[in-house]
Design a protein around this ligand. Structure first.
Ligand SMILES: [Zn+2]
Ligand SMILES: [Zn+2]
Ligand SMILES: [Zn+2]
Ligand SMILES: [Zn+2]
Length: 159
């Protein structure tokens, strides 16, 4: 994204000051990681958002080869949460989005059956069981879920 004078602008937010090129895809982006406060979970840093919350960024961080759009390793690492794969590949922190994102089944809370939007966070997960923020897993349930899960594994051949 460059304007008429070819002045570089951040491809995500359009700012012109203090830019760097991304390692992963060589696009101009705000050099703003210093704005991020550790553990604040704020999403105010363009470069951090791109590096941490896109397939392009994580593909590069993980040292995969080829294009992220067709990367099997990226796909495999999200296979259990395809919803997050699609979010990583299509959210507003991308310069280029996945053209044909795979379809996925929504995630439901195991207790109240409400749909959980994984990218919004706030849910809990244990042994592939998801709970929305209104239904936290109690200590007692935690033990039950774990023992059921272990029981399930015993019936499968692990390699
Ligand atoms: Zn920016
Ligand atoms: Zn990138
Ligand atoms: Zn990859
Ligand atoms: Zn719930």
């Amino acid at each position: 994204m460059a304007n008429k004078n070819n002045t570089p602008v951040c491809g995500l937010c359009g700012k012109k000051k203090k830019l760097i090129k991304t390692d992963c895809c060589n696009n101009w982006i705000c050099d703003d990681e210093d704005k991020y406060v550790i553990f604040s979970y704020a999403k105010n840093s363009c470069s951090r958002n791109h590096r941490r919350f896109t397939l392009c960024g994580s593909h590069n961080t993980e040292g995969h080869s080829g294009k992220w759009q067709s990367c099997k390793k990226c796909f495999d690492s999200f296979k259990h949460e395809l919803e997050m794969y699609v979010w990583y590949g299509t959210n507003e922190y991308n310069f280029e989005v996945l053209e044909n994102p795979p379809s996925y089944k929504p995630t439901y809370c195991a207790k109240c059956d409400n749909v959980i939007v994984l990218s919004d966070g706030g849910y809990s997960t244990l042994c592939r069981i998801y709970r929305c923020e209104n239904c936290p897993i109690s200590e007692k349930e935690r033990e039950e879920i774990i023992s059921q899960y272990k029981g399930g594994i015993k019936h499968k051949q692990l390699n």
